[in-house]
Design a protein around this ligand. Structure first.
Ligand code: ATP
Length: 281
């Protein structure tokens, strides 16, 4: 669905952010894109959405170059950015003006999402609170039924009940022709929603695995004593308890995304070796 080949990109002449970057995303998945501040997530999402052009290499969405901004392609891409801008109009006016760009826009779903998110529809969009604006645009984006939906920090600013509503709506809105990319620092908000997990570091994808692969390769435990060094991939200590990522030797495993993230950022090569071993079994 999304095919990125040998991409390079730089904001300035001094240093490139992406160099020889390749990635393939397949439809039917909700990709979780994680990475430290400045890793390049938002830049990547803007390039995928056609808002920034690569210096070299290519990004194809369903076979078409995203930066060419072909109208036929743009009607299949919706980006909910981290910083929300809304025009001075009502929800009804927004729907009327913008839904025409999306041929499969589902008005009923849009209204249902607005209701589920408890977004007031009688106010001007500019009068909504930060979280309400975000929920408005999420509702609209989900209702477009675009093949590609890109959500940059979607749960930022959402209250606790809205986060749970968000998870339910997103899980229902995905289907085999849609691809969602969710970039977030709030992994706990969407832990059971995103799969596969992509982790970026300094303009590179250093981790790209499904939940199933992660559970098979790794065990996540709280232990009083560290396991044998041969099995240990990563550990953190807090008040005498070790939070451990180790090679899975056959136990049932429930991935802890925060611990996984720290383990990958700490030593991605060590993590790669844990997955290589899995491939050899
Ligand atoms: N408009 C810009 N001009 C110059 N440099 C930029 C610009 N936008 C981002 N950068 C730089 O590019 C790098 C990647 O930024 P980006 O916003 O893609 O990271 P991110 O992973 O989304 O970070 P965060 O988690 O903080 O949102 C950073 O070093 C940032 O300073």
């Amino acid at each position: 669905m999304v095919q990125i080949n040998d991409l390079s990109f730089a904001y300035s002449k001094q240093g490139g952010l992406f160099d020889g970057f390749s990635l393939e995303l397949t439809a039917g998945n909700i990709y979780g894109l994680l990475g430290q501040n400045g890793a390049g997530k938002s830049t990547l999402l803007k390039m995928i959405s056609g808002l920034l052009a690569p210096k070299s290499g290519e990004i194809r969405i369903s076979g078409k170059h995203s930066h060419e901004r072909d109208p036929k392609l743009l009607q299949e891409i919706f980006l909910v950015p981290e910083e929300i801008y809304v025009p001075t109009m009502t929800s009804e006016q927004y729907e009327k003006y913008y839904s025409v760009f999306y041929p499969r826009f589902d008005q009923q779903s849009f209204q249902a999402y607005l209701q589920a998110f408890e977004v007031p529809v009688d106010k001007m969009l500019t009068q909504l609170s930060l979280g309400q604006k975000k929920k408005f645009l999420l509702a609209f984006g989900l209702a477009t039924d675009t093949h590609l939906l890109v959500l940059d920090e979607p749960t930022n600013g959402l209250d606790i009940p809205s986060k749970s509503t968000f998870r339910k709506i997103v899980a229902n809105a995905i289907h085999e022709e849609r691809t969602f990319i969710v970039s977030t620092h709030q992994v706990k908000d969407i832990e059971n929603l995103i799969d596969p997990i992509l982790i970026m570091d300094s303009g590179k994808v250093v981790f790209n695995h499904t939940y199933e692969e992660i559970s098979e390769a790794l065990a996540f435990q709280r232990l009083k004593h560290l396991p044998a060094a041969t099995e240990l991939v990563y550990s953190e200590e807090s008040f005498g308890t070790h939070f451990v990522v180790s090679r899975n030797t056959g136990q049932e495993s429930h991935p802890n995304l925060e611990l996984l993230f720290n383990a990958v950022i700490n030593d991605s090569a060590k993590m790669d070796r844990a997955f290589e071993k899995l491939g050899q079994l």
